[in-house]
Design a protein around this ligand. Structure first.
Ligand code: IMP
Ligand code: MG
Length: 413
């Protein structure tokens, strides 16, 4: 592993928390490099659910944790999360970079004010904090701690720390928050977040050179989701339908039948309900869609992805047919597999689908150290086809498959 970056390939919420939690069992240090408490990483350990926003997901494993200069830190949230997790018997050993910028109450006010009728941010003050940073008006943790000395004990030089771990040959996990399609540089601008969630962000957000990174793991969900506004070519149903859907509404057999008769909204609802697609940070219903390999290929390129972790494959079980978007048809009839930069073009793209057979249930396929290789690899025939199709288009191997929320519900290939 030495230094492995884990990044999201979609619009966030790919299930990075689960993958990081799995990889962290062999890690000595876990470091977050972008975003702030707009993130929501859920980790399930036995009957306990941990919803983390600012702390790196690896804290659950009680390994050394770090927050890099690329992260926007809300000190109140930092204090609250540390207290909460320590109250559950977990020891937190954390270093926050002195150069990281502080989110102030004013940033949150500005974010909420701007949000009205806008892109639908999480309202955590993320955008205004990064604006002040770029505008050279920001407050860094090192200066904040002069007025709030209770934070001094967490502060340090994270670049020094991470480089030291890497140089000593220790295993380091570099944790991205959000996803490539929300990147300030590479996302569907201006429907993006204000930080750099890609592998490049690990270098600038932690202070390490690109050649120190050994492996890039891209995490992508078996079906993409998006919260907030912005283009989503393979969306099932519409943005409005998702927003207006009653959260407590159950998925009925009638809904499933409609989904299997090709009704996009009910297919989207199926994924939302089965996948519990509601925001960890805001509770908002997530828009759902078919796997978008055009976007996936783009994200693999931007990050230089070596391996793919495909999450929540079990959620697709029970749908008769599954689509994978191979290319887009643009408004003027061109077929392309290059993700467009022009949002107007993207908004009007129609997905061209390859159709896969569905499967019933694979959630009980549990990774077990004692199993022979063939058994470990077997996820069921049609599920295998689905995974193979994704690998063929993205040109990267799927080395991990999530088949349920539990820590052991992961297939290694
Ligand atoms: P902000 O990061 O709060 O400024 O929000 C900007 C956009 O990114 C909005 O569409 C948010 O819904 C989205 N976003 C921010 N963080 C996350 C995340 O962790 N998961 C999914 N979407 C996110
Ligand atoms: Mg999330």
């Amino acid at each position: 592993m030495p230094a492995t970056v884990v990044v999201g390939l979609d619009w966030g919420d790919e299930g990075k928390g689960k993958i990081i939690d799995y990889l962290a069992k062999d890690a000595d240090l876990g470091a977050r490099f972008n975003g702030g408490d707009n993130a929501g990483h859920t980790v399930f350990v036995k009957d306990q659910k941990f919803a983390l926003h600012l702390l790196p997901s690896c804290v659950v494993r009680e390994i050394k944790a770090a927050i890099g200069n690329g992260v926007a830190v809300n000190p109140d949230v930092l204090k609250r999360e540390i207290n909460e997790i320590e109250s559950r018997g977990i020891r937190v050993d954390l270093t926050v970079d002195e150069r990281a910028h502080v989110i102030t109450p004013k940033h949150i006010e500005q974010d909420i004010e701007k949000n009205k009728g806008s892109i639908g941010s999480t309202g955590r003050g993320i955008g205004p904090c990064y604006e002040d940073r770029i505008g050279r008006r920001g407050i860094r943790m090192i200066d904040y701690a002069k007025e709030h000395p209770e934070f001094k004990r967490f502060l340090g030089d994270v670049s020094l720390l991470v480089n030291d771990y890497i140089d000593k040959g220790k295993n380091v996990l570099l944790e991205g928050a959000q996803g490539t399609l929300l990147s300030i540089n590479w996302g569907t601008y201006h429907y993006v977040t204000s930080s750099e969630p890609t592998a490049g962000g690990a270098c600038t957000g932690l202070g390490i050179g690109p050649r120190k990174i050994d492996k890039v793991i891209g995490v992508t969900k078996a079906y993409p989701t998006r919260v907030g506004r912005g283009p989503f070519p393979t969306e099932l149903g519409t943005d409005e339908q998702t927003i207006n859907e009653n959260k407590d509404d159950q998925l009925t057999q009638e809904d499933i039948d409609k989904a299997n008769h090709g009704d996009p909204y009910y297919t989207g609802k199926f994924l939302r309900k089965r996948g519990a697609e509601y925001g960890t940070t805001t509770g908002r219903a997530r828009r759902t869609g078919w796997f978008d390999a055009v976007a996936g290929k783009y994200s693999c390129r931007i990050n230089g992805v070596d391996e793919i972790a495909l999450t929540k494959l079990d959620v697709l079980g029970g749908l008769d047919r599954l689509n994978i978007c191979k290319s887009y048809e643009t408004e003027n009839g061109e077929i392309t597999d290059v993700f467009p930069s022009d949002l107007k073009v993207l908004e009007n793209c129609k997905p061209v689908y390859a159709v896969n057979n569905g499967w019933k249930d694979i959630s009980n396929v549990v990774y077990n150290v004692g199993l022979p290789n063939e058994a470990k690899n077997k996820v069921g025939d049609y599920a295998e086809d689905y995974v193979a199709n994704i690998e063929n288009i993205l040109k990267a191997p799927v080395t991990m498959i999530g088949v349920g929320p539990e820590r052991n519900q992961i297939i290694l290939r």
